[in-house]
Design a protein around this ligand. Structure first.
Ligand code: GDG
Length: 453
């Protein structure tokens, strides 16, 4: 059997113990543990001026995985990564047309980088390899590989939402992207809604086979995450946090600092809790971990400033000299420590305005003590909501609804928390990073058999 070849924009550095916050790397690292051998190809995360021609890939083998990476030039980094991927596709796919800042030159840069990736990857491929391309940075990669004569099976998975045709058509190069995507044997998305949207778009561009678009929700490794949480729970960081709370309740949020995560709306929901339910004053603490992400993109800098202001205003208005309602960290917390914090927290607060899946919701569930679990407040617009329907589901745009759900979560009886958590835990254990990869790859292999039959 051939290797699994993963292609994603960023390739994690295997020597870094604390991987950067980001759902794709977490999901894939968990899934790769069961593969006999694999190649992971993509951008190194570094920039270097071109010395003419394509860059040579750096190869680095760790255990069963070989990492092959290339740098980007500063111009490629700006056009392909910052502008087209993060300034155009990201807002569009999160239904934020108003934030989309289209420029034709960025589209060309995006296409050029995808073609360069294909040229550098091709000589590394072997006949039996199965190629699995990830995420919105690489929509055209499959077609670019096909144009170079690659005949291996190629699958694609989109980690973020896919919008309906009525929205996607606003992108000037929508048709080109949808035509290129048809080079993939199987296209996976997180939810049934995304699958319907993507299929609708592909169909408009002439595709007739809906079986190539599949909903395949990603998960975590709940067993190892639960162990991490138990272990960290006895450690010094959780002890320090616990002691600082004096047996009072903790609400936790952990998200990349991104406008799709609904942080501003979430803080306003918490403010409503403090306004409408003053019994929580001097008791509840809300800890928000929000590591800075894409800090070089203007929209993200503006968001950070706005959050600083909102948090400062809420803390200024409600704090007492011995109580701070919101604790806010823009540095990442090590993964295991974060797992321990989730276990300590009485409430997990996860309210994205749109999210492909949202792994934090699943991690919060996996980290709980089964005998005394916390409650999860979850946006119904997260891809995780259809699976995690026993959470306290809220509309993230409605501050009063967030406030009511927080109040309910903070006052919920242990039996009720346990009943809800039992149901959530079944879901988190049923759909894991492992089942996600296995199910997707099974469909990819099957598509090959049907083709050659
Ligand atoms: C994309 C899609 C989809 C957060 N803060 C810290 C930290 N994190 C970790 C979380 C979680 C990961 O980062 C974030 O994953 P999400 O799934 O919540 O969100 P995205 O990064 O936007 O991921 C998303 C995902 O891809 C997978 O398909 O679910 O919808 O947008 O694991 O725990 N990790 C550490 N320190 C932090 O401070 N170590």
């Amino acid at each position: 059997m051939g290797r699994l070849v993963i292609v994603s924009n960023r390739v994690p550095d295997p020597r870094e113990r604390n991987q950067p916050a980001g759902g794709l790397a977490i999901g894939l690292a968990d899934a790769l543990r069961t593969e006999p051998s694999s190649l992971w190809f993509g951008w190194s995360g570094h920039q270097a001026e071109s010395r003419g021609g394509d860059p040579a890939p750096s190869l680095d083998t760790h255990g069963k995985v070989t990492y092959a990476t290339v740098p980007l030039t500063p111009a490629q980094h700006r056009g392909y990564y910052q502008k087209f991927s993060n300034g155009i596709l990201w807002p569009l796919c999160h239904y934020r047309l108003g934030l989309m800042d289209y420029g034709r030159a960025d589209w060309h840069q995006y296409l050029d980088v995808n073609r360069m990736f294909a040229r550098v990857l091709k000589p590394l491929l072997k006949p039996g390899d199965v190629i699995w391309v990830h995420d919105y940075h690489l929509f055209p990669l499959g077609q670019a590989l096909r144009e170079l004569g690659v005949t291996n099976p190629i699958g694609f998975f989109l980690h973020i939402p896919f919008p309906p045709w009525s929205l996607f058509r606003a992108l000037p190069c929508a048709a080109d992207i949808l035509r290129d995507m048809q080079a993939y044997d199987v296209m996976g998305v997180q939810t049934e809604e995304d699958a319907q949207n993507l299929w609708e778009c592909l169909h408009v561009e002439g595709m007739n086979d809906p079986s190539r678009v599949v909903a395949c929700p990603i998960g975590i490794d709940p067993v190892s995450f639960g162990e991490d949480a138990r272990e960290a729970f006895g450690g010094p960081e959780v002890r320090r946090l616990r002691e600082s709370l004096h047996d009072e309740p903790l609400i936790i949020g952990a998200d990349r600092l991104d406008y799709s995560k609904g942080l501003e709306e979430r803080f306003l929901g918490y403010e409503r809790l403090l306004i409408r339910y003053p019994e929580h004053h001097r008791h509840v603490t809300y800890l928000q971990v929000a590591p800075v992400s894409r800090g070089e993109v203007e929209e993200y800098r503006l968001l950070r400033r706005q959050l600083d202001e909102t948090i400062g205003r809420i803390n200024g208005a409600f704090a007492e000299y011995d109580w701070t309602p919101i604790r806010y960290l823009t540095r990442p917390v090590p993964r295991q420590t974060l797992a321990g914090f989730y276990r300590l927290a009485d409430v997990g607060l996860v309210t994205p305005l749109r999210d492909g899946m949202n792994l934090v919701a699943k991690e919060y569930v996996a980290a709980q003590d089964p005998e005394d679990p916390g409650a999860l407040v979850l946006s119904h617009l997260a891809g995780a909501a259809p699976e995690l329907s026993e959470a306290l589901l809220v509309n993230p745009h409605d501050a009063d609804e967030i406030a009511d759900a927080l109040h309910l979560a903070l006052t919920m009886k242990r039996e009720d928390r346990k009943k809800r958590w039992d149901a959530l835990n079944v879901e988190v254990r049923n759909t894991t990073a492992g089942t996600w990869a296995r199910d997707f790859l099974a469909m990819l292999y099957k598509s090959q058999k049907t083709e050659s039959a």
